[in-house]
Design a protein around this ligand. Structure first.
Ligand code: NDP
Length: 310
């Protein structure tokens, strides 16, 4: 069976940064990229707040840069999905694509987070047929059309603003009477003429047989239902950590975020570290993910050299 000293799971800023640091420490890390190499930045447009890119950079381009840098340092980057892990004894055993087995002295989990869905039947049925969780990816298909978006955080505001430049009208549904988004993003939305904001509004059902033709909303005060004709429906209600395969082995909070010891990347199992969005529900930025990937690699390096001396 193949054995490595550092196995990194995930290919966002956290995973690649861990790979850069572990490679430079001569730990010969192997990184499995997962289902979406590059992670959430792959479905992000312009990134203006990552230090060092003074003119801004495209999310996918930035992740290519990260990957190139990790490869240049000697990291072994592989396409593959880790499907099962056994952290009960060291070396840890991980299954890749349900067929390849790999043993690792340390594991760095950087599996990130994924978009949340409302959980209604029509949303699932019409996914890819007008329902999307990424305006930057799919907005183009609704050029000159009416669309709807649900959510009231920074993502929803950013996506509504993006869609307003392509679509005739953007109907934005907000479940409370206030938005969670930062002031500046809220103002941008409220000042955009073709974004129509609906307060205290829940999505009752997305309408359409083979593709989206409308949405039925419900006012949470009056319980009155209204139907609006739209061709696209965007969900922007936050994210959930990709931690399912670690359930029962690692300590997590009630929403599935992996718990790490404050000031470190250490999980409850010695030798297993977590970095990036899978353990961070507060900051969730590319730069903080990269920083915690660095911490995880340094923690792994220290752990390996201490185990050698014992
Ligand atoms: P958030 O968790 O901040 O917001 C989620 C929003 O979705 C909330 O308004 C929430 O409503 C709403 N929501 C959740 N579930 C439902 C539901 N079932 N039905 C209707 N509405 C629902 O997620 P974001 O993805 O917006 O942001 C995540 C983090 O990323 C934040 O820290 C944000 O600041 C950051 N970010 C920053 C950006 C920037 O600065 N350029 C861009 C994008 C994100 P409620 O408020 O009622 O709970």
């Amino acid at each position: 069976m193949e054995k490595v000293s550092v196995l990194i799971i995930g290919s966002g800023p956290a995973g690649y940064t861990a790979a850069i640091y572990a490679s430079r420490a001569n730990l010969k890390p192997v990184l499995y990229q997962g289902v979406q190499p590059g992670g959430q930045l792959l479905i992000t447009g312009e990134v203006e707040n990552y230090p060092g890119y003074s003119d801004g950079v495209n999310g996918p381009e930035m992740m290519e840069d990260f990957e190139k840098q990790a490869k240049r340092m000697g990291a072994d980057i592989r396409y593959g999905v880790v499907t099962k892990v056994d952290f009960s004894k060291r070396p840890f055993t991980c299954h890749v694509d349900d067929e390849h087995l790999i043993q690792a002295d340390t594991v760095i989990i950087a599996t990130g987070a994924s978009a949340k869905w409302l959980g209604i039947e029509s949303e699932k049925r019409l996914n890819g047929a007008g329902v999307s969780a990424c305006a930057v990816c799919d907005g183009f298909f609704f050029k000159g059309k009416e669309v709807a978006i649900v959510g009231a955080g920074d993502t929803a505001c950013e996506e509504a603003t993006y869609l307003s430049k392509l679509c005739t009208t953007v109907h934005m549904f907000i479940r409370r009477d206030t938005m969670r988004a930062s002031k500046i993003m809220q103002e941008r939305v409220l000042q955009t003429k073709n974004i129509k904001v609906y307060w205290n509004t829940e999505v009752d059902e997305i309408l359409g047989d083979k593709k989206v033709s409308g949405v039925r909303i419900k006012n949470s005060h009056t319980a009155q239902k209204t139907e609006i004709a739209v061709e696209g429906f965007f969900v922007a209600i936050g994210h959930q950590p990709n931690s399912d395969i670690f359930t029962g082995q690692l300590d997590m909070d009630k929403t599935g975020y992996i718990l790490t010891k404050p000031g470190s990347a250490q999980t409850n199992i010695a030798g297993v570290f977590a970095a990036g969005d899978v353990q961070d529900k507060i900051y969730r930025q590319a730069v903080t993910a990269a920083g915690s990937g660095c911490m995880a690699a340094l923690d792994a390096e220290r752990f390996l050299s201490e185990s050698k001396h014992h």
